[in-house]
Design a protein around this ligand. Structure first.
Ligand code: FPP
Length: 236
């Protein structure tokens, strides 16, 4: 079973405009879906879910849309806290936590603190997140904290990322149909299987997650090597 699934929750805007609603309505519907999908993932035996909620580039969106997303972050961390405690779910953030605006700060840090020791499932929200920014963050942390002058290994490097304790995702899902990585988890997705669905995020539920896992189960993961059935001819 997959331990960690990463999701690019795209298509909120298109979901909304196709219904004559505002983009903010789309984000609101998308925010509701997070608990639905997290619940389904937890019940399917997955341990970690990283969701792309707000990128370092999303600050460039119109101010009212940014404000809606900040409110949704606050509402999510307030409204789902009891449920997370009940279900032994840990909440954490990957990204520039110093960018979290005042309006959401207390509820976000409260959720991080209260759920710190929960170990049934982890919801890792990528917020003010960029994959390149995370790598640069790790490099600067190394420069500041590392005592040794020996060359840094890959294994050591990962210890300086936002959440070294979270294993790399085996599967990365993107809703909304675009074939892009969009600066998400650049270090961690080296060997992740990609699954892109045209379904918009507010319509992505347990059945859609099951389809993604079924697709994953049918993949032949070779990690750069060969999976030769025994008896196959091998070049000498
Ligand atoms: C992409 O849709 C989605 C986002 C930029 C934000 C994702 C955010 C949520 C699902 C809700 C917020 C929840 C929290 C916890 C902060 P888009 O607007 O780019 O859609 P489009 O490609 O159709 O325009």
């Amino acid at each position: 079973m997959i331990q960690h699934v990463a999701i690019i929750m795209d298509g909120n805007g298109r979901w909304a405009t196709s219904r004559g609603l505002s983009r903010s309505d789309g984000h609101r519907a998308g925010a509701k879906q997070i608990s639905v999908v997290a619940d389904a993932a937890r019940k399917m035996g997955i341990k970690y879910m990283t969701i792309y909620a707000f990128s370092t580039e999303n600050w460039k969106r119109p101010q009212p849309e940014v404000a809606t997303l900040m409110s949704l972050l606050r509402e999510f961390t307030t409204d789902t806290l009891d449920q997370m405690m009940e279900n032994n779910v840990r909440f954490c953030i990957s990204g520039r936590v110093e960018d979290i605006p005042l309006i959401a700060r207390n509820s976000v840090f409260n959720a991080i603190e209260k759920t710190r020791n929960n170990d049934g499932f982890t919801i890792n929200v990528a917020f003010s997140y960029g994959g390149r920014a995370e790598i640069v963050y790790a490099v600067n942390k190394i420069l500041k904290e590392r005592k040794s002058d020996k060359p840094v290994t890959e294994e050591e490097f990962r210890n300086y990322l936002y959440h070294p304790e979270i294993p790399d995702p085996e599967l990365m899902i993107r809703t909304g149909g675009e074939l892009r990585i969009s600066n998400f988890l650049l270090w961690q997705i080296s060997y992740a299987e990609l699954y892109v669905t045209p379904v918009f995020w507010p319509d992505f539920g347990a059945d859609e997650l099951r389809k993604a896992l079924e697709s994953f189960a049918g993949r032949d993961r070779r990690f750069g090597g060969l999976n030769l059935p025994s008896g196959d001819a091998v070049d000498k």
